[in-house]
Design a binder for this molecule. Structure first.
Ligand code: ADP
Length: 540
């Protein structure tokens, strides 16, 4: 017998309508490049997003067409997040930190028709202008730069439309947005999100044990809007009617902290590298900011170290560890200390919180080791496989990558992890980052985490470097905190309290900074290349 409920499509316009009708009075604050704030409301956002949809429709944008955005995190980008999919077209957020070749590749591969670009980012567009073909380039007057001939002003584009936009009947499985992976381990691949996936993802993300986002929250998405839809936060915030605070291009620690203090942010999202800088700023000037509330800090992209989680807790910033990927929209797992752990010691609870956590509702996860699916024993490593309503079933126009899915339809993540008796996943490494020394695996993530707990260490990346006797050995690349000193011997001794001797890095290299990917991850490919010919005997 079939159920007798309505077959009601799960689409983004439903969220837009709800936001406009119910939360019209809620504020949206958006920072300009000069750090001044522009304030408007969900009522304004609603009208302008629909205007954008109407303007695109009048300009000839059709269902399924790709409209690219090249923009910082600000209110107009938020309008595009809804205005483009409302027409049945696909929002393609371009990564503004890509190298120009990859940038042109992504635009051409997606066959983007229109581009909406911040005036400040036009120099980036100019670099690829001759290699790509946009029918129209619409420029947002964000930083007050002059708009070149042949391009149009976003505000004029909106003014040219009327308020009579009518939503097309969108099937929930139609594409709403597109994002390319940031390419940490290879060339970028396109992921095409459906309306249904984004709506269900928003519902799961809002739940108390995930982001716990409600109408009473003030949310700061300081994770890039070009990266996995700013973790879906703009969609979720609009669904629940939370106040939004957009940081614009200034993501240095002081700017972010000023904004959190001033706007009384309750949920702040950014990658761990941003929080490392924030913790250093807080420790340096503990009296400078006066926070009136605690801040929830959903963190993913790379693993936050235990030292970072502990350090931020002291200032009322509470990390909620998440794991995810562009391919999982991105919420995959979430880490909460569970009810049966509430009487555990602080140390035991921190040991839980550094894990990536257990799957979000509707995400299914298993780990495949050398002997098949691994037991929940907290130690057998294997590759994480996932499936669920917001997990990609293939890449966009890339059949050569279909090997990333198992025959029974699970996505092979490329992350190596183990899973404990409570179902908490602990990522040990990315498959490509594993260090295999004398036939034994060494976890670079564990070593990095521990190194970053040393009081003199700001950042640390551990990589595998070829070794004549052991195949590979770990080498640690370390950035020291301002004004602090540490010797390799000290760091080795510090690690030796936690690791077996054979697991310790054989060399420590001190650098000013570690190269990062476009979304703030350690660029280990570059480090491995740089130290590929390391002479273990000479130590150079
Ligand atoms: P890219 O694959 O180009 O880095 P993504 O941003 O989609 O782009 O990266 C997803 C990957 O980031 C995951 O496969 C995993 O390796 C890493 N990652 C994400 N969250 C975490 C986390 N909490 N801990 C450790 N690694 C993480």
């Amino acid at each position: 017998m079939r159920g007798m409920m309505m077959d009601f499509p799960l689409t983004l316009p439903t969220i837009l309508e709800r936001a406009g009708k119910l939360f019209g009075k809620v504020e949206i604050a958006s920072r300009k490049p000069d750090r001044s704030l522009v304030r408007y409301t969900y009522a304004d956002f609603y009208r302008r997003a629909r205007r954008l949809a109407r303007a695109l429709e009048l300009a000839g944008v059709k269902r399924g067409d790709r409209v690219a955005t090249l923009m910082w995190n600000h209110a107009r980008h938020f309008e595009a997040y809804f205005g483009i999919p409302a027409t049945g077209a696909v929002l393609h957020t371009l990564n503004l930190r890509l190298h120009e070749d990859a940038f042109a590749y992504v635009i051409n591969h997606a066959q983007d028709r229109f581009l909406i670009v911040d005036d400040l980012l036009l120099p980036l567009y100019e670099k690829v202008r001759d290699k790509v073909k946009f029918e129209r380039v619409i420029v947002t007057p964000f930083g007050g730069a002059e708009i070149p001939a042949g391009m149009e002003n976003y505000e004029d584009f909106l003014a040219g439309a009327d308020d009579n936009f009518e939503y097309p009947q969108i099937d929930e499985n139609e594409a709403a947005a597109m994002c390319f992976t940031s390419g940490t381990t290879g060339f970028a691949k396109g992921v095409l999100y459906s309306h249904r996936a984004l709506v269900l993802h928003s519902l799961a993300e809002a739940t108390v044990d995930a982001f716990g986002m409600s109408q009473h929250d003030t949310v700061l998405p300081a994770c890039s809007m070009f990266h996995a839809n700013a973790w879906g936060v703009p969609f979720t915030a609009a669904m629940v009617g939370a106040k939004l605070v957009f940081p614009g291009p200034n993501l240095d620690a002081e700017s972010v902290l000023d904004l959190i203090e001033q706007e009384r942010v309750t949920i702040a999202c950014a990658v761990p590298t941003v929080w490392i800088g924030i913790l250093a700023a807080l420790e340096k000037s503990p009296q400078r900011w006066k926070f009136t509330n605690e801040v929830r800090v959903p963190v993913g992209g790379t693993a936050p170290s235990e030292a970072l989680i502990r350090g931020l807790d002291k200032f009322g910033f509470h990390i909620r560890h998440l794991w995810g990927m562009t391919e999982t929209a991105p919420l995959g797992t979430l880490c909460q200390v569970r009810s049966h752990m509430k009487d555990w010691s602080a140390d035991e609870q921190y040991a839980v919180r550094v894990k990536q956590g257990y799957p979000a509702p509707f995400v299914e996860l298993r780990i495949r080791g050398e002997n098949g699916i691994t037991p929940w024993d907290g130690e057998t490593p294997g590759e994480v496989e996932v499936r669920g309503p917001w997990v990609a079933r293939c890449y966009y126009n890339s059949p050569e990558d279909n090997h990333r899915w198992t025959e029974d339809g699970w996505f092979k993540t490329g992350d190596v992890a183990c899973i404990d008796e409570d179902g908490y996943v602990k990522i040990v490494d990315r498959a490509k980052d594993l260090i295999k020394s004398g036939g034994e695996w060494i976890s670079s993530v564990d070593l990095e985490n521990s190194l970053m707990a040393h009081p003199a260490v700001l950042e640390a990346a551990v990589i595998s470097v070829p070794h004549p006797k052991w195949d590979e050995r770990p080498l640690a690349v370390v950035v020291l905190k301002e004004g602090r000193q540490a010797t390799p011997e000290e760091l080795r001794a510090f690690l030796a309290t936690k690791f077996a001797k054979w697991q310790l890095p054989d060399a420590f290299v001190f650098v000013e900074q570690i190269p990062k990917t476009s979304v703030g991850k350690f660029l280990k490919i570059a480090l491995r290349k740089k130290y590929a010919n390391w002479n273990w005997q000479a130590g150079a």
